[in-house]
Design a protein around this ligand. Structure first.
Ligand code: FMN
Length: 172
């Protein structure tokens, strides 16, 4: 599939069939995250794969939506600020969320490429995730990424027209 077709095909999936995700499929998605670019190639993240029913149920208390409980896999993308690149010239501004976001985006696209669905969850309770998974204080759970076989096609894409987004050469 051409990349632009894949980008059009991927959409957030909020309903999953009970079919399990195979080890090969899971590996493909995790590998796409591993291959993501990071600032200075520091790779300041860890991906926690949650598949056991008991752990998924506990994790769902951090994002209490019925559909979330349908996902057979949740990948928790965690970032480690101490390992991330910080700008020396901008009061140590740290782009760690960007590193984590690119890894998450690689995973969503890799999943769509093999016919799996994902939904990026940002509006979860990080303290609950931290407690459920035993994530240390120095590590931030950034994204909960549901993964499974889609039971819906996703919402129609609504995006701003391209002319609203692009400026050529200068701002004005
Ligand atoms: C940073 C970020 C946070 C998001 N958080 C949530 C969330 O908490 N719950 C949810 O259902 N979807 C969440 N989404 C999914 C967006 O709602 C979705 O990507 C957007 O509406 C565009 O739809 P599409 O992914 O189907 O193209 C999030 C997406 C991003 C990029």
């Amino acid at each position: 599939m051409k990349f632009i077709e894949l980008a059009k095909k991927r959409s957030s999936i909020r309903s999953y069939t009970p079919e399990p995700v195979s080890e090969t499929e899971l590996h493909t998605v995790l590998e796409a995250g591993r291959l993501a670019p990071t600032a200075c190639n520091l790779q300041p993240f860890q991906f926690v794969v949650v598949r056991e029913k008991e752990n998924l149920t506990a994790l769902a208390t951090a994002y209490p939506r019925d559909w979330f409980k349908e996902a057979p896999v949740v990948i928790v993308i965690c970032t480690d600020r101490s390992k991330a690149w910080k700008r020396a010239d901008r009061e140590g501004r740290c782009l760690i969320d960007v590193d984590g976001a690119i890894a998450a985006d690689h995973m969503t696209l890799a999943a769509a490429d093999i016919g799996l669905g994902t939904c990026w969850i940002g509006a979860f309770n990080p303290e609950i995730v931290r407690n459920v998974l035993g994530v240390p204080e120095t590590i931030e759970p950034l994204v909960l990424l549901t993964l499974g076989h889609p039971n819906e096609t996703g919402r129609p894409k609504t995006r701003l027209p391209i002319e609203n987004l692009i400026r050529y050469e200068k701002w004005k």
